[in-house]
Design a protein around this ligand. Structure first.
Ligand code: SF4
Length: 452
C-alpha cells in the first residue's frame, strides 16, 4: 500500500525544496507501526510524502518476509518502485535476509532489516539531504499515524522468545524486547488525547509482555506500573478508549485478563492464535498441545465474560497432517465455537525448522481443499454466532459516518480482519463516534443494525 500522510492534519504545502518520499508499507500491523515511526521522523525533518513513485525523490519499501507469498509481493513492489523511480531503499522483515533481494535487484540505495529506523533515515539523508528547516512543530505529539484518526496500533514489544517450528519471525525480528510500561502508557495517553477512540495492542507475543525485563516497573503519572500483560491492560483500560488485545499467545496467565473484560475495562475480545487442534500436529509445531484443556479454559472464560469474542488463526496442510488430524481440527472448532477464525495454508518458508522435521509434505491440492473445507466450516460457525446477536443493543465505533448511518464495528470486530456493522438511522453519525444500535439481521460476516 502506497502511503501519503492521510490523517495527520497534514501541514500546509511545504516549500518545493522539501525532498519528496514515496512510501510502501507491506505486512502486518507491527510493520505498519514501523512505517509510522520512520515517516514521523522524516516529516519532523521536513521531508514530504507523495502518493506516486513518479514524483518522488526516492521510494522506501517496508517489506514482509513471513511467508513466501508475502516475499513475492515485496519483491514485486521493489521492482515496480525501481522501474518507476529508480532510487529505492528497502527495509522490513525481508531486509533481514538481503541476499534474495540483492540477487534480484543489485542497484538499491540501501537494504536494512526491520526496526532499523536510524539506518533507513541515514540512507534517506545520503540520497536526498534533509531540508535546512526541520518542521518539528508540524508533527503531532502522537507522531504520524497511518490508520484513520479514531483508531491506532500500539506496539508494546518487539521480537519473540518462542520457537514455533513454522515461523521465522524470531529469526527476522530477534528475541522479545518489551517497552517500559511508562513509555507505552504515555504514548497511549497522547493518542487518546489526540482523539483516538480505540487502541489495538500489538506485538509478536503480547501476553509475554515484560518477561524479558522480569516485569520491571516504570513510572507513569503518579505511580509505578509493572511491565506485565494484565497490569498494562488494566492501566490502558483507564485511559478512556477501547482497548483491543491482539496476538495473545495462550499462556495460562491469559486467564487473568478475562475479569478485566467482564468489568468493561478492556474490550471482551481476544485475538489468540491456536494454529491447530491435533496434539500430534501441535507437538510438531512446538505449540501448546492440550486442546481439550483449552476447551475447558474457553468455557470458563465465557462463564466469566459471556460477551467474549474469540478471534483465532490456524494453519492447514502442516507437514505430516493426516485426514484424521484435520478432522480433529474441524471437530475442535465446532466445540470451541470460535467467533472469528482465519487460516493459512502451510508454506515451507526458508529457514522454518518445520521443513526439516522429516514429515511428509501435504500436496498443494490437498492443502487447498482442506483450506476450503476449513473456511466453509468456520463460516457456518461465525454466521450462527452473529445471528445470535439479532435483537441485541450494541455499541458501534463508526468507521465511516454519513447523514443516515454508516458503517462501523462492534466491540467484537477488529479493523481490517473482522466484520462490520452496517448502521441505518434517522440522524447523521460521524466517523469516530461511538453510537448505540439495535441488531436487526446478520450474514456470514456482518451485522445490520438500526441507530437508537
Ligand atoms: S509466537 Fe508467533 S511470532 Fe513467536 S515464534 Fe510463534 S508464531 Fe512466530
Amino acid at each position: 500500500m502506497i502511503l501519503s500522510a492521510p490523517n495527520s492534519s497534514a501541514p500546509a504545502k511545504l516549500p518545493s525544496a522539501a525532498p519528496k518520499i514515496s512510501f510502501v508499507s507491506l505486512g502486518c500491523p507491527k510493520a505498519l507501526v514501523d512505517s509510522e515511526r520512520i515517516i514521523t521522523q522524516l516529516r519532523a525533518e521536513g521531508y514530504e510524502l507523495t502518493k506516486t513513485h513518479a514524483g518522488a525523490d526516492l521510494v522506501i519499501v517496508n517489506t514482509c518476509g513471513f511467508l513466501d507469498s508475502a516475499k513475492a509481493e515485496s519483491l514485486a513492489a521493489i521492482g515496480e518502485a525501481l522501474d518507476v523511480n529508480g532510487k529505492v531503499i528497502v527495509t522490513g522483515c525481508m531486509g533481514a535476509d538481503p541476499k534474495t533481494i540483492e540477487s534480484q535487484y543489485p542497484n538499491l540505495l540501501a537494504i536494512t532489516g526491520p526496526q532499523a529506523y536510524e539506518s533507513v533515515v541515514r540512507a534517506v539523508h545520503d540520497a536526498a539531504p534533509a531540508p535546512h528547516d526541520p518542521l518539528m512543530s508540524l508533527v503531532p505529539d502522537q507522531g504520524i499515524k497511518l490508520t484513520p484518526r479514531h483508531y491506532a496500533y500500539l506496539k508494546i514489544s518487539e521480537g519473540c522468545n518462542n520457537s514455533c517450528s513454522f515461523c521465522i519471525i524470531p529469526h527476522l525480528r530477534g528475541r522479545l524486547v518489551s517497552r517500559p510500561a511508562g513509555d507505552v502508557l504515555r504514548e497511549a495517553e497522547r493518542l487518546v488525547k489526540a482523539g483516538v477512540k480505540e487502541l489495538l495492542v500489538i506485538s509478536q507475543d503480547t501476553s509475554a509482555y515484560g518477561a524479558d525485563m522480569r516485569f520491571a516497573s516504570s513510572p507513569f503519572q503518579d505511580r509505578d506500573v509493572r511491565a506485565k500483560f494484565v497490569d498494562l491492560a488494566r492501566e490502558l483500560g483507564g485511559l478512556g478508549a477501547w482497548i483491543r488485545l491482539h496476538y495473545v499467545y495462550p499462556y495460562p496467565h491469559v486467564d487473568d485478563v478475562i475479569p478485566l473484560m467482564a468489568d468493561g475495562i478492556v474490550l471482551p475480545y481476544l485475538d489468540i492464535p491456536f494454529q491447530h487442534a491435533s496434539p500430534a500436529v501441535l507437538r510438531a509445531m512446538k505449540r501448546p498441545g492440550d486442546q481439550e484443556k483449552m476447551l475447558e479454559r474457553i468455557k470458563a472464560w465465557r462463564a466469566i465474560c459471556p460477551g467474549l469474542t474469540l478471534r483465532s488463526t490456524f494453519i492447514v496442510g502442516f507437514p505430516g497432517e493426516t485426514e484424521a488430524d484435520f478432522q480433529m481440527l474441524l471437530d475442535w472448532l465446532t466445540e470451541a465455537q470460535i467467533d472469528r477464525a482465519g487460516a493459512f495454508k502451510y508454506e515451507a518458508v526458508d529457514g522454518a525448522p518445520a521443513n526439516s522435521l522429516g514429515r511428509d509434505p501435504v500436496p498443494e491440492d490437498l492443502k487447498q481443499s482442506r483450506y476450503a473445507r476449513f473456511m466453509l466450516h468456520q463460516q457456518a460457525i461465525s454466521a450462527r454466532k452473529l445471528a445470535a446477536k439479532i435483537g441485541q443493543r450494541i455499541q458501534v465505533l463508526v468507521d465511516q459516518g454519513d447523514k443516515a448511518g454508516g458503517t462501523g464495528r462492534s466491540k467484537g470486530d477488529a479493523p481490517e480482519i473482522d466484520g462490520k456493522v452496517h448502521i441505518t438511522g434517522k440522524r447523521p453519525v460521524r466517523t469516530g463516534d461511538i453510537v448505540m444500535a439495535k441488531v436487526d439481521r446478520s450474514d456470514a460476516y456482518d451485522l445490520f443494525a438500526t441507530l437508537i
